[in-house]
Design a protein. Structure first.
Length: 95
């Protein structure tokens, strides 16, 4: 996970230094789940000075400790039903 964070910190080098790179993650696993326990370090490890983190949670699960950590690490946290997430992704990219 540290290697991923180091790679993302370096890439890309041609972006204006005054703007943050917008990264969006879409998943139904932003809760206590094996995949999220492995990926949480990546989300929390990204420097907020360089990245705007947008989370699109398409699950219907209630919040748990992992969900709250993801929510606090994100610049924006969007919840949506699975069939509606494409519309939400498009809407978030408009501003």
């Amino acid at each position: 996970m540290r290697a991923v964070c180091r790679w993302l910190t370096r890439y890309p080098s041609n972006v204006d230094t005054g703007s943050r790179i917008r990264l969006g993650f879409v998943s139904s696993f932003f809760h206590t789940h094996t995949l999220m326990q492995l990926f949480l370090g990546v989300i929390e490890g990204l420097p907020r000075s360089r990245y705007e983190i947008i989370i699109f949670d398409i699950s219907a699960r209630p919040d748990d400790d992992i969900t709250r950590r993801v929510r606090s690490a994100a610049s924006m946290y969007v919840t949506s039903r699975p069939k509606a997430y494409v519309v939400r992704v498009d809407a978030a990219s408009m501003h």
